[in-house]
Design a protein around this ligand. Structure first.
Ligand code: AMP
Length: 395
């Protein structure tokens, strides 16, 4: 993959300018309480940079997927404004909308270094439609656009892509770091390079597996997606997750792996249960009975993965290796998280569930880079162009 050449903020004139910054404040919530503020913390570098350069900072974000019938109260960005103000130890003015006359009036009174947070863009249905007039209304609020929302960069929405039709667009510091890290891992990694891909469905990760096959030294596959591959090999998988329509693709993939120089590691033992419930009796075995569901990798597989990690110089991980949300089925995923934390290798963890697993293991600080983007990381690893990044590329 070629290294993206994107417009950096250090090329922008910022003094006195209204900088519209797309951040990713789509954080995990319990009602109106933030349960993980990592994405808010990750946005601070760019916000401080812009303030120090004398810009007026206008933050834009989405939160969740509000539907017409949903209460808007659960989708407002007020908690993020409060948390950001605490982290910055500076006032953040949260507005009640993201476009319109009132918003324009408030912005016209901003002083250099002030911070305004607009309301959730997805409370306007035009946002996800990438509606040009909505994009233009957003763009009218600023002099330049800064995209720092790596976690939303795979979306072609008004606030992630369309807005750049009307304003000069630059990459924020976080987005630039995310891309530089993934580019480096994919193009000039310190080898051996090991990729660990897990998660529920092989359909959502086949493209990543195929793209990584030619790039990594060892490809480890775990989690629910494994069982389509094991069935394609002729193994009994009981009632484990399986996408039968993909069995032929799975066979092709296994053949391609055999013909490649990459070492493919699939689980050789499993934690099996007969009921999908944390209290169910577990059987650890290298075979799965017809009435069983495999919910986690077994100890032998975990050991193999830990050995691969120990001898790697770069490791990239996306997707849990078992049903890690249930403690009784989380052992494999947790042990792999701890092995990554102990490793001397450069370790990169894609956001989403693997980021959550790293947080559950309490080892965020021992990982070289935990990405703020789940879906975005995945699409980048597929080798796809991301709309929120393409708008920043030097043509
Ligand atoms: P994904 O969104 O594709 O990364 O999948 C993440 C989900 O995969 C998590 O919610 C896990 O509980 C689930 N998962 C991982 N391993 C298994 C498994 N063996 N059986 C069922 N679900 C799994």
């Amino acid at each position: 993959m070629k290294k993206a050449s994107i417009r950096s903020l250090n090329r922008a004139q910022l003094e006195g300018k209204r900088a519209l910054v797309r951040v990713d404040f789509n954080v995990p919530m319990d009602g109106t309480t933030i349960t993980d503020d990592a994405r808010i913390k990750a946005s601070i570098g760019t916000i401080q940079y812009l303030r120090d350069a004398g810009a007026k900072v206008i933050l834009i974000s989405h939160l969740g997927r509000p539907k017409a019938a949903d209460s808007h109260d659960l989708f407002k960005l007020d908690p993020m404004g409060i948390r950001l103000a605490e982290l910055l130890k500076s006032p953040v003015t949260k507005l009640d909308d993201c476009i319109g006359q009132k918003v324009e009036d408030m912005i016209s009174h901003m002083k250099n270094g002030d911070i305004v947070l607009l309301e959730n863009t997805r409370l306007h249905k035009e946002e996800t439609q990438n509606d040009p007039s909505f994009s233009k209304s957003l763009a009218n609020l600023g002099d330049l656009f800064v995209n720092d929302a790596f976690g939303a960069a795979h979306r072609a929405h008004s606030s992630t892509a369309g807005i750049a039709d009307y304003l000069p667009a630059y990459a924020g510091l976080l987005l630039e770091k995310e891309i530089a890290t993934l580019d480096q891992v994919l193009t000039t990694p310190k080898r051996p390079l090991v990729a660990i891909i897990g998660g529920a469905k092989i359909s959502s990760k086949f493209a990543v597996l195929k793209n990584l096959l030619s790039k990594v030294d060892t490809l480890i596959i775990g989690g629910g997606m494994t069982y389509t591959l094991l069935k394609a090999q002729g193994q009994e998988i009981g009632k484990s997750l399986c996408e039968d329509t993909l069995l032929e693709d799975a066979k092709e993939f296994l053949n391609a792996a055999k013909a490649s120089a990459t070492t493919l590691i699939l689980p050789t033992d499993h934690v099996c249960v007969t009921e999908f419930n944390g209290n169910a009796a577990q059987r650890i075995s290298d075979t799965i009975k017809p009435n069983e569901i495999a919910v986690d990798i077994g100890p032998k597989t975990t050991q193999d993965i830990m050995e691969s990690i120990a001898s790697a110089n770069t490791v990239i991980w996306n997707g849990p290796l078992g049903v890690f949300e249930i403690d009784a089925f989380s052992k494999g995923t947790m042990q792999v998280a701890h092995a990554l934390a102990k490793s001397h290798a450069f370790t990169v963890v894609g956001g989403g569930d693997s980021g959550a697993a790293i947080a559950k293991a309490g080892v965020e600080k021992q990982i070289s880079h935990v990405s703020t983007g789940g879906g975005a990381t995945l699409e980048y690893l597929e080798g796809k162009g991301l709309p929120g990044i393409e708008i920043l590329e030097n043509k």
